[in-house]
Design a protein around this ligand. Structure first.
Ligand code: COA
Ligand code: NAP
Length: 257
C-alpha cells in the first residue's frame, strides 16, 4: 500500500541536510510540498543542496554553520523561521564518525564526535525551540551505536546514546506544549559517507548486507519515509519513540565486533 504525505506549505529544517541520509530526508519533504531549509559546514554542499530542494512552497534556504557553534546555529534557525514561517518539522542529523580503537582516539577526537553529534543536536534543538509551530515535530537522527556497544565506535556510541536520552527527556518536557520529539535509528544505508567509513570495500558491504534480516542495505528513501511519517498527523500520538528503520539489523547485536 503506497503511503503519501502532504506537507504543502509546511516549513521543514534539516540540520546536516546537505548530503547522504539527511539530504534524502530534505528531498522527501520538498517533494511532499514543504519549504525546506538545510545547513552544514561546507558552502559548496549547502549551495548544491539548495539548488535541488526547491518546492512549490518556495526556493530552499541554505545556511553555513558548524553545529558546534551555538550562536551560528541560532542565527540560522532564526533566519529560516523569519523567511519560511514557524517550523513545522525539525530534523537534526549532523554527525561525524571515524572507526578507531579507543587507544587510538585522542581527547580531541572523542570530543569532536561528542561535540558534533550530541552537543550539536542540543544546539539545534535549543535554537529551533522558540521558532517551532505548536503542534510540531522534532526528529533526531540517531544510530544503532546508541544502544549496541561496538568496538572502534566508543565515541559514537557515547554520543548517540546521549542523543537518544536528550530526545526522550525533551519529549517529556516539551510534550505538553504540542511538540513531539522522536528519534530515528537508520540501519546501514547504501551509498552514504557513514557506510563508506564503516564498510569501505565491496566485501565489507556485502557482509553488512547479508547480516540484515531483510537481506538488503537500506536506501536514504527508507529513512526519509520514516521521517515523513514521524512529522505527520499519522504520528500525532507518537513522542519519545526511538524508531529503528534498519530492516531488523539492530536485532542481531554488535555488527562490528
Ligand atoms: N582516527 C583517530 N582519530 C581521528 C581520526 C581517525 N580516523 N580522524 C580524526 N581523528 C581525530 C583527529 O586526529 C583530531 O584529534 P587531534 O587534534 O588530537 O589530532 C580530532 O579527531 C578532530 O579532527 P579534525 O579533523 O580536526 O576534526 P573536525 O572537527 O574537522 O572533523 C570528524 C570531525 C573527525 C568527525 C570528521 O571525520 C568529519 O568532519 N566527519 C563528518 C562526516 C562524517 O563523519 N560522516 C559520517 C556520519 S555517520
Ligand atoms: P553524511 O553524508 O556525512 O552527512 C552528515 C551531514 O552533516 C552532512 O551534510 C555534513 O555536511 C553535516 N555535518 C557534519 N559535521 C557537521 C558539523 N560539525 N556542523 C554542521 N554540519 C555538519 O553522513 P550519512 O552517512 O548520510 O549520515 C547522516 C546521519 O545518519 C548521521 O546522523 C549518522 O550518524 C546517521 N546514520 C548513518 C548511517 C549510515 O549507514 N550512513 C547509519 C546510522 C546512522 P558538511 O560536511 O558540509 O558539514
Amino acid at each position: 500500500m503506497k503511503a503519501t504525505f502532504d506537507y504543502t506549505g509546511a516549513a521543514v529544517f534539516v540540520a546536516g541536510g546537505t548530503s547522504g541520509i539527511n539530504l534524502g530526508i530534505a528531498k522527501a519533504f520538498a517533494a511532499a510540498g514543504a519549504r525546506v531549509g538545510v545547513g552544514s559546514r561546507k558552502r559548496e554542499k549547502v549551495d548544491a543542496a539548495v539548488a535541488m530542494l526547491g518546492s512549490p512552497a518556495g526556493p530552499a534556504l541554505g545556511y553555513t554553520f558548524d553545529v558546534r557553534d551555538q550562536e551560528a546555529v541560532a542565527a540560522a534557525l532564526g533566519a529560516f523561521a523569519a523567511e519560511a514561517g514557524p517550523i513545522d518539522v525539525l530534523v537534526s542529523g549532523a554527525a561525524g564518525n571515524f572507526p578507531a580503537l579507543a587507544n587510538d582516539i585522542s581527547a580531541n577526537g572523542f570530543k569532536a564526535v561528542v561535540d558534533i553529534d550530541l552537543v550539536g543536536t542540543w544546539h539545534v534543538m535549543k535554537a529551533a525551540y522558540p521558532h517551532m509551530r505548536r503542534p510540531g515535530s522534532i526528529i533526531n537522527i540517531s544510530a544503532p551505536q546508541a544502544f549496541i556497544p561496538m568496538a572502534m565506535q566508543v565515541h559514537v556510541c557515547a554520543a548517540k546514546a546521549g542523543v537518544d536520552m536528550v530526545t526522550r527527556c525533551l519529549a517529556i518536557e516539551w510534550g505538553g506544549e504540542g511538540l513531539r520529539v522522536n528519534g530515528v535509528i537508520p540501519g546501514p544505508i547504501d551509498g552514504t559517507e557513514g557506510m563508506a567509513r564503516l564498510a569501505p570495500d565491496d566485501a565489507a558491504r556485502a557482509r553488512v548486507a547479508s547480516s540484515v534480516p531483510m537481506a538488503r542495505l537500506g536506501q536514504p528513501e527508507d529513512i526519509a519515509a520514516t521521517c515523513l511519517f514521524l512529522g505527520s498527523e499519522a504520528a500525532g500520538y507518537v513522542s519519545g519513540a526511538i524508531l529503528p528503520a534498519d530492516g531488523g539489523w539492530s536485532l542481531r547485536g554488535a555488527p562490528l565486533g
